[in-house]
Ligand binder design. Sequence first.
Ligand code: NAD
Length: 500
Amino acid sequence: MTAARDARAILARLGVPDHAFAEDGLPTRSPIDGSAGSSVRTASPDDIDHAISAATIAFEAWRRVPAPRRGELVRLLGEELRAAKTDLAALVTLEAGKIASEGLGEVQEMIDICDFAVGLSRQLYGLTLPSERPGHHMRETWQPLGPVAVISAFNFPIAVWAWNAALALVCGDPVIWKPSEKTPLTALATHTIARRALARFGDAPEGLLQVLIGGRDVGEALAADPRVPLVSATGSTRMGRAVAQSVAARLGRSLLELGGNNAMIVTPSADIDMAVRAIAFSAVGTCGQRCTTLRRLLVHEDVAEALIARLAKAYATLPIGDPREDGVLVGPLIDDEAADACARSLAQAVEEGGTVVSGGGRLGDTGTYVHPAIVRMPAQTPVVLHETFAPILYVLTWKDFDEAVALQNAVPQGLSSCVFTDSVREAEAFLSAWGSDCGIANVNIGPSGAEIGGAFGGEKDTGGGRESGSDAWKSYMRRQTQTVNFSSSLPLAQGVRFEV
Ligand code: NAD
């Protein structure tokens, strides 16, 4: 059975309505075998305008619903996701090419953030502040913000929506989702599941959750519209720059989750067995298509030869192939274009003085399956500074720990980072103010596979946004400082006198 037929069967089982498809719509194709799936109806400029109007009307009603009651909708969403987990995860595999366990992990992440958001719906805490004026009190309150546009990337085709939507919903905001044009089927399936939660909830306003299928033009329209106070955009740095400028031009708010160029520092005291396992998962998992994928291995020169030999051995036996099959750890890249970009970067690395130690090249002459590559580089040349969304691991050596930290920080991106060491001095220096400059810094853990409880995101070209756990919810609300005078006089702050 082709992957596209498998996908069609799942879409039917999940109840995705026929009107979501159109013969002249956006074509879909599985990266597993290239089979063509159903074409999907795309949003017209009128549809976009209508969706924003509907979300604006929905906001009027939703912001009046008490936050814990809003949490009830997210609780139901979590239940529906649990019920549909197997099918939805299989669809992620079919459309994005993730191995089965990662497909399941993606849906689990959606369930986890729902659970987190349900608790959060009773914890949107503000502050009380002492007032300098007698008979006054001050407080800081968080209020719903308005419609939130979520623009998402292909590599986490549905989890990123859930990170945003679960928080936005409890914060009182409607959500308009523009998924990647490479993964519209999982988006439609997720939206169908969310509609089940809405139906069970009963009185949620129409327009609270919407999905608009299409290319960058749909994202551009959402970014430019002043009725959308927050645009949460996940994808390439190129996309983030465009969205940021468009949103800033109308003084809106953007939350950007962009490209990474993540490194691991391996020191002489590191547990090499653990490092090898962490490197393998974070460099080749999801076929190198995670924003947190390990792209740079910075290893002390004394342990470099041994570590590279161990890695080359592990890479030589990597099970690459159809991600539906048991035991496969590396599935396909998303499309031919991605495989071409991988080949181009490898050629550039060699031109810039690199030596391919292992892998590289496609499994066949064409297609989306590639051999993950390890490339020794003489320095952080231009190709190393650039995020190629493919399983290429650049290896560099160092002598001095400060030099390693400087190398780690000397790239435009600032998402995730890690050190493998048994030295508390090195670990703490890495985590100090003069250590890693990334949004995520780990000790004896690879750079990928974050838990939802922490704030997720990065600095510099990664865009500065934070999503998911901790206090990331504050981005979806507006802060209000409130002062109440319960005295019978009107004193002014700073002792100013103004008698009339
Ligand atoms: P992409 O930038 O090509 O597309 C992402 C989304 O942006 C798509 O929905 C696309 O239609 C839309 N888009 C593109 N140009 C736009 C524009 N000018 N205005 C509005 N919308 C626009 O990214 P991709 O190839 O789908 O995903 C891979 C990239 O995403 C990598 O760089 C990866 O690191 C990044 N990513 C980052 C995170 C994170 O949390 N930091 C998570 C996942 C992926």
